[in-house]
Design a protein around this ligand. Structure first.
Ligand code: NAD
Ligand code: DAO
Ligand code: ZN
Length: 368
């Protein structure tokens, strides 16, 4: 079949919206009509050429929602008409990672997904007979796409696509880090570095579980108002204090029980560790640093009881947890609407990237 898609032909170049060829689903695969997709920093990171796994030409996009249109042989858990959210972190439920309760990093299709192909090693997308690469196993910048069955979460049918697409990455990454990975308990003091599309979701996750202090740290004072609406109790602008770590120790009465780095800055990652409470404070890295960058601290920080962790996709097991997060949205327990600042047609997708680079959007969503 033919489908319209925004194709990344080369690193550093704008996407081109064109018609491409899409082969139907093979065994274990599903054809999905994408109804809406968010534009995330990771798409921009790959498009910039800085992503070591980035390969071109490719169809980017990993934060979508849509409708199953056809299933390949052997698919049992989905049928045409089901509403789904694509999962860049799949959940096969049988690999040794899925069977270990300590991780959500299913490895069933990791290698081929990283290469931009389907699990059988081939691409379903092509242009003029030449293959185009898939991206993060999702390629939601195409109106129709093919995914493995294990990379689709089935969700309720009354949830709006243009909002729940954000659960495919940003919402789950932020809220999940609090709920599934760190398991923040009521009354804990939480510090969030970076109040963008991820950090604001960490804040609302912390509020949802009943955290005490929720301290937000951002260089941009304009982030304060929205973060307060999402549950932030205290704001620190690093440009206005002598020492960010000292300021956090003062506000929290000794340090964070949990801190989250949502920027991707290795110097801030150090602050996020060192603002943790002596004896028990836990710091979680969410931000993705540039290729080759390294973190450092004095080992005595760890000897004295602080600990350093990282988390991908909020520690969520997508097929199991994503439908629950959709319920939280539909039940009014979490706010997605105020984070979606711009809605665009596919033809204007490059404007969404511009808004992100200028810091003018939290999330732009393309509606097909
Ligand atoms: P964003 O640009 O929307 O937000 C970053 C915020 O950090 C901005 O508000 C900015 O003003 C602030 N900031 C920048 N430098 C700062 C500094 N030195 N001190 C304080 N504040 C500073 O980005 P986002 O969409 O929220 O994504 C954040 C990070 O999370 C990115 O690195 C992204 O790649 C990563 N990410 C990780 C996962 C995961 O699973 N681990 C998933 C999605 C995104
Ligand atoms: O190695 O098992 C693996 C897969 C790791 C993928 C983690 C991706 C999380 C960070 C990238 C940001 C996603 C939008
Ligand atoms: Zn698995």
């Amino acid at each position: 079949m033919k489908t319209r898609a925004a194709v990344a032909f080369e690193a550093g170049k704008a996407l081109e919206v064109i018609e491409v060829d899409l082969e139907g689903p093979r065994a274990g695969e599903v054809l999905v009509e994408i109804m809406a997709t968010g534009i995330c920093h990771t798409d921009a990171f790959t498009l910039s050429g800085d992503d070591p796994e980035g390969a071109f030409p490719a169809i980017l996009g990993h934060e979508g929602a849509g409708i199953v249109r056809e299933v390949g042989p052997g698919v049992t858990s989905l049928k045409p008409g089901d509403h789904v959210i694509p999962l860049y972190t799949p959940e096969c439920r049988t690999c040794n990672f899925c069977l270990n309760p300590k991780t959500n990093l299913c490895q069933a299709i990791r290698e081929t997904q990283g290469q931009g192909v389907m699990p059988d090693g081939s691409s379903r997308f092509s242009l003029d007979g030449k293959p185009l690469r898939h991206y993060m196993g999702c390629s939601t910048f195409s109106n129709f796409t093919v995914l493995p069955e294990i990379a689709l979460a089935k969700v309720r049918q009354d949830a709006p696509f243009d909002k729940i697409c954000y659960i495919g990455c940003g919402v789950t990454t932020g809220i999940g880090a609090v709920v599934y990975r760190a398991k923040v308990e009521p009354g804990a003091n939480v510090v969030v570095f970076g109040l963008g599309g991820i950090g604001l979701n960490v804040i609302q996750g912390a509020r949802m579980v009943g955290a005490n202090k929720i301290v937000g740290v951002d260089l941009n004072p304009a982030k304060r108002e929205l973060a307060m609406k999402f549950g932030m109790t205290d704001f620190i602008n690093p440009g206005e204090v002598d020492d960010v770590v000292e300021a956090i120790l003062d506000i929290t009465g000794g340090g964070a029980d949990y801190s989250f780095e949502c920027i991707g800055n290795v110097n801030v990652m150090r602050q996020a560790l060192e603002c943790c409470h002596k004896g028990w404070g836990e710091s979680y890295i969410i931000g993705v640093a540039g290729a080759g960058q390294e973190i450092s601290t004095r080992p005595f920080q760890l000897v004295t009881g602080r600990s350093w962790h990282g988390v991908a996709f909020g520690g969520a097991r997508g097929r199991t947890d994503v439908p629950t997060i959709v319920d939280w949205y539909m039940d009014g327990k979490i706010n997605i609407d105020d984070l979606i600042t711009h809605t665009l047609p596919l033809d204007d997708i490059n404007q969404g990237f511009d808004l992100m680079h200028k810091g003018e959007s939290i999330r732009s969503v393309v509606v097909y």
